[in-house]
Design a protein around this ligand. Structure first.
Ligand code: S3P
Length: 183
């Protein structure tokens, strides 16, 4: 737990690759006027190369270490309120899950494996899905991660059939309730 007396009121988006975290993050940023921190983007800027190159040159562990380091930095009670959009695998480490919960209101954007396959099939920017059988990889990773998203999130939001505008509205209503009623 961070040391502030008032816990931070960030909105944190978690969920599988292709579930819409970046798009919904931008929508929330526009509505609230809070800065948006897209963790993947920050990591790419710091590394000076795309995530595919970080995985290829330095290995997944280096990428995961960068994720954890960034989460520790974001956990700053003095920082202004922000929207934080995470990478799909951020929940893999126990330390990360604790840091995420400390950061504010954690929303799990859920989409089905079929939707994820359709969305992620359009580009090759995700090293974990650059395999012979991305559908099988999605299925396996989703099963592995489901309990981790579940344990980390304050809210699970099924995005099926919803546009980013509707998802953002749902998040804002629930977040207001959460922050108002939090002890
Ligand atoms: C990953 C998801 C990606 C990115 C990296 C690893 C994962 O982010 O962090 O390729 O392990 O699920 P998105 O969820 O934004 O695609």
């Amino acid at each position: 737990m961070n040391s502030s007396t008032t816990p931070p009121e960030n909105i944190v988006l978690i969920g599988f690759m292709g579930c819409g975290k970046t798009t919904v993050g931008r929508e929330l940023q526009q509505r609230l006027g809070y800065p948006l921190v897209d963790m993947d983007q920050v990591i790419e800027q710091r590394a000076g190369k795309p995530i595919t190159a970080i995985f290829a040159d330095d290995g997944e562990t280096t990428f995961r270490d960068m994720e954890t380091a960034l989460l520790r930095e974001l956990n700053d009670p003095e920082a202004p309120r922000r929207i934080i959009s995470t990478g799909g695998g951020v929940v893999g480490r126990e330390e990360n899950r604790a840091l995420l919960k400390d950061l504010g209101y954690v929303v799990w954007l859920y989409a089905s494996a079929a939707v994820i396959l359709d969305r992620t099939g359009r580009n090759r920017t995700r090293p974990l899905l650059n395999t012979e059988d991305p559908a099988e990889r999605i299925q396996t990773l989703m099963e592995e991660r489901r309990p981790l998203y579940q344990e980390t999130a304050h809210l699970k939001l099924d995005t099926t059939g919803l546009c980013s505008d509707e998802v953002a509205t749902g998040i804002l209503e629930c977040a207001r309730y959460f922050f108002t009623n939090r002890a």
